[in-house]
Design a protein around this ligand. Structure first.
Ligand code: NCD
Ligand code: ZN
Length: 336
């Protein structure tokens, strides 16, 4: 059995910097048509010039992959800067609470620090991408503890497009459902498929350790239900976050799961397994671009139902589900 779909979108990726960046970009290009890169680089991506230089590097690595980049909101980002970013065609800004995840130091401690930036984002139709965790709360409750901020921002900016990135809890899912304004959530492979038991129930799996952490079966079910329902507010964003094998398998394992090499086969295998292949294409190719107001990608990706073992190592990293068998594989991708 084969399946051909338009080249899909991944609305949350980390492409990093330096010698490995090109490899990570190409890993996405092998299965996707467009990605939204997150700006948690050092230094962070904050200006139109930095972002266009970053996109140029990505383009050199994989000319067929459309790489969009979010700018990072800093405590001193103002409305005029945001207007300039919007004028240069940038579609999204990323909100990191201070210290909440990899490379997020110097982030925000209160959304009121960026009121004028948010007003400019709302006025220009930009998307606010939220790393929705309150860093001072206990780890399993961090997403839920952030939701008052989500609601306060909504109250202040009724037309602001907001995405609760990598939604991980039933409470987060419910906040998006209940929201009266334009909001959505990105869903990762790991939060769709796994729980805390997979992370720490047996032997510790550092390659599944990411922020926000995978949670309970109830949380996973709440996410799965939205996808099976075909809810257009829930679409794919892998949060593929490469960290080299030696770092992940160390006493100071950084947060981040590397999923670029296996995300698409894993998703197709899951949708097929729950008899919901009809939900796949909207989740991967339509809901996100409609939310962002962007056209569909040219070209297609072809998959085949022939089992495949996720490699032990890709681009120096251990991908999620390394060594495990998936039912589907990518056969080919074409940009035209
Ligand atoms: C991401 C990373 O490594 O950059 N890590 C993660 O655990 N998800 C950052 C992020 O999106 O939180
Ligand atoms: Zn991320």
């Amino acid at each position: 059995m084969t399946l051909e779909i338009p080249r899909p979108d991944d609305w949350h990726v980390h492409l990093r910097q330096g010698k490995r960046m090109g490899d990570y970009v190409r890993a996405h290009a092998a299965a996707f048509g467009r990605v939204l890169a997150m700006p948690n680089t050092i230094p962070p991506l904050t200006t139109p010039d930095e972002i266009s230089a970053y996109r140029e590097l990505a383009r050199e690595a994989a000319p067929d992959l459309d790489v969009l980049t979010a700018f990072r909101l800093m405590p001193d980002t103002g409305g005029e800067e945001v207007s300039a970013l919007a004028d240069s065609g940038i579609k999204a800004g990323k909100y990191y609470p201070d210290g909440v995840t990899t490379n997020s130091k110097g982030g925000l401690s209160n959304w009121r620090q960026i009121e004028s930036a948010l007003a400019a984002m709302e006025a220009s139709g930009m998307v606010l991408c939220l790393h929705g965790e309150e860093p001072t709360a206990s780890v399993l409750k961090r997403e839920e503890a952030f939701l008052p901020v989500f609601r306060e921002i909504r109250e202040a900016f009724p037309r602001l497009k907001m995405i609760l990135e990598h939604v991980s809890s039933a409470a987060g899912v419910q906040a998006v459902i209940d929201d009266q304004g334009p909001s959505a959530a990105t869903v990762t492979v790991q939060h769709l498929l796994f729980t805390l038991d997979d992370l720490i129930g047996g032997s510790l799996n550092p390659h599944l350790f990411c922020k926000p952490v995978v949670k309970t079966d109830e949380d996973r079910k709440a996410i799965q239900e939205r996808i099976l329902d075909g809810d257009n507010r829930f679409f794919f964003g892998s949060d593929s976050a490469p960290h080299e094998k030696g770092q992940k398998e160390s006493p100071h394992c950084p947060a981040g799961a590397y999923t670029a090499p296996m995300a698409l086969p894993a998703l197709v295998s899951w949708f097929d397994g729950v008899d919901a292949l009809d939900r796949l294409e909207p989740f991967l190719c339509e809901f996100g671009r409609n939310f962002y107001g962007l056209p569909s990608n040219r070209g297609t990706v072809r998959l085949e139902r022939r089992s495949w073992t996720v490699p032990q190592i890709s681009q120096g990293c251990v991908p999620l589900m390394a060594g495990e068998e998936l039912l589907w594989r990518v056969v080919s991708i074409s940009a035209v």
